[in-house]
Design a protein around this ligand. Structure first.
Ligand code: CUA
Length: 195
């Protein structure tokens, strides 16, 4: 009879078997490898953005984006302005419930500074195809250095739940080859009315 007050049966108090010691050693070693990978990947992984975050007033960011759109607008698609900024310039992308503004038309192999911010709640910038992900936070302007290295059309999906229209929040970035002619500015639909 082995009651609750009797010592347990078996040989559990004997020293650990060699295989068990080896197993604990291997597990501990692997923990150390993973532990070392964290700082190593931070330096060598190449996935950390060379961006700068700065505080920004959401209304000031909206005004700056509208100014940017007015200056470089070349067309419109489903009510969203298409903007073609000069190569190498600062480009502005604004997120809000539930759209991205404007549609950017960029040149391949040219470095831009992409400003990202939101004027209401947190959104997620997720560029497809590819694997580019950023948090878009109201009150902060994320100035991200980017150099598109493949032409084509990219979708920007919101990957941070932001309300009832979250799933419809899709934007666009168009990357064209360097020798492609710029689109003619579309004065009739320019924001604020061009002269
Ligand atoms: Cu914006 Cu989800």
């Amino acid at each position: 009879m082995n009651g609750p007050l009797d010592p347990p049966r078996g040989v559990w108090w004997k020293p650990a078997h060699r295989a068990e010691k080896v197993w604990v050693g291997v597990a501990f070693g692997w923990c150390m490898v993973l532990f070392a990978m964290m700082p190593l990947w931070h330096v060598r992984g190449g996935q950390n953005p060379a961006g700068e975050r700065a505080r920004v007033n959401p209304q000031a960011y909206l005004a700056r984006t509208l100014e940017f759109i007015e200056e470089y607008k070349v067309g419109e698609a489903s009510g969203i302005a298409i903007v073609e900024p000069p190569p190498g310039s600062d480009v502005y992308l604004l997120s809000r419930m539930w759209s991205w503004m404007p549609v950017l038309r960029l040149r391949k192999d040219v470095e831009y500074t992409l400003h990202l911010s939101s004027i209401d709640v947190n959104h997620g910038f997720s560029m497809m195809p590819g694997n580019v992900n950023f948090q878009v936070v109201p009150g902060y302007d994320y100035a991200l250095k980017m150099r598109p290295n493949e032409s084509g059309e990219y979708r920007i999906l919101c990957n941070e739940f932001c309300g009832i229209g979250h799933h419809m929040m899709v934007g666009r970035i168009i990357v064209v080859d360097d020798d492609e002619a710029p689109l003619e500015p579309d004065v009739t639909t320019a924001v604020g009315g061009a002269p």
